[in-house]
Design a protein. Structure first.
Length: 326
């Protein structure tokens, strides 16, 4: 529903492909809700559109869209001339970073971009002018919602179970109002670094390395002895493996002196549709090669050894682990 309460949106699916549907809208400003709501088509079925409604201003509707791009953009569709030839790019595609979420708050657009597998928050107006960034605590994931002049978001990371912050969009002051405690565990004792390494075909692959600072202070230096390491991967179905907290994994880091390595494999959606397609169907081998290259990188750096390296994955990641184990 639009923030003004006038329009109700509906995406009518055609088949199992989420990117093929008809966009419908209804003016409910005079609706008594005593009969079925009548929706009108905004646009006929068009493959590859990937449209999600943001908000409306007058007759102008704003969408996050993958129409003609890989990493999504923000477009404007005017009800008075809704044909796709009249669509306007408000915030063009960022060719490096994927636009994952968009919020309409207090007359502004809050856009969540995935930059090198970590969320970044950017503020635009509805003309597409960049206003400023909203600073996050570090490597992690953010999700939020608007309330009046405030944007409220939750931030999580590999070692932070979550904190809630409020942004005053008139001053852009950020205030943390709540955080989850971990008993005697001090999250400042942990370190997360992102390293890059070449896969079999030379493609640079990123990987997060998470551990206690005392386990390995500097990721560029070889530890005194190989570290027990859990290597996790997924690499499929356009799924983003973003930084997320796990109490089980924290036991490995905090109590067992181990390290968690989360590899960003081709086949996922972390770098857009091109990255996805490089690890699916006839190119699925790239996903396996990336995971094997991650293991070889960790061993070659002396961070771990073959007898202390453990692979982990579920569902599509289970296929990954099985293929690489053989």
């Amino acid at each position: 529903m639009s923030s003004c309460g006038k329009y109700l949106m509906n995406n009518k699916g055609v088949d199992c492909d989420d990117d093929i549907y008809t966009i419908q809208y209804a003016d409910i400003s005079q609706e008594k809700f005593d009969r079925p709501i009548e929706f009108k088509p905004l646009e006929t079925t068009l493959p590859g559109k990937g449209m999600s409604f943001i908000d409306s201003i007058g007759t102008k509707f704003y969408f996050r869209s993958s129409y003609g791009v890989s990493n999504y953009k923000i477009i404007c569709v005017d009800l008075e001339k809704p044909g796709d030839e009249n669509w306007v790019d408000v915030v063009p595609e960022n060719e490096m970073n994927v636009l994952n979420d968009v919020y309409s708050v207090n007359g502004l657009i809050i856009a969540t971009y995935m930059e090198n597998v970590s969320d970044k928050l950017k503020v635009f107006d509805f003309e597409g002018k960049f206003i400023q960034d909203i600073q996050l605590p570090g490597i992690g994931s953010a999700a939020g919602r608007g309330s009046g002049k405030y944007f409220i978001y939750k931030f999580t990371s590999f070692t932070d179970p979550g904190s809630i912050s409020v942004v005053d969009l008139t001053t852009f002051e950020v205030k943390r109002i709540a955080s989850t405690k971990l008993g005697s565990v001090n999250t400042d004792d942990f370190q997360t670094d992102q390293v890059w390494f070449p896969s079999k075909d030379g493609t640079q692959i990123p990987m997060f390395c998470i551990r206690k600072k005392c386990t390995l202070p500097n990721i560029e230096e070889k530890p005194e002895k190989p570290i027990v390491t859990m290597l996790y991967g997924y690499g499929g179905f356009n799924v983003n493996i973003a930084p997320a907290f796990s109490a089980t994994r924290l036991v490995l880091l905090n109590n067992l002196g181990g390290m968690l390595c989360v590899c960003t494999l081709r086949g996922g959606g972390e770098f857009g549709e091109k990255w996805h397609k490089q690890g699916m169907l006839e190119t699925k081998q790239n996903c396996f090669d990336d995971f094997c290259a991650a293991a070889e990188f960790l061993i070659s750096k002396g961070i771990t050894s073959a007898d202390k390296l453990h692979m982990n994955g579920g569902s599509n990641g289970g296929l990954l682990v099985t293929a690489c184990a053989n």
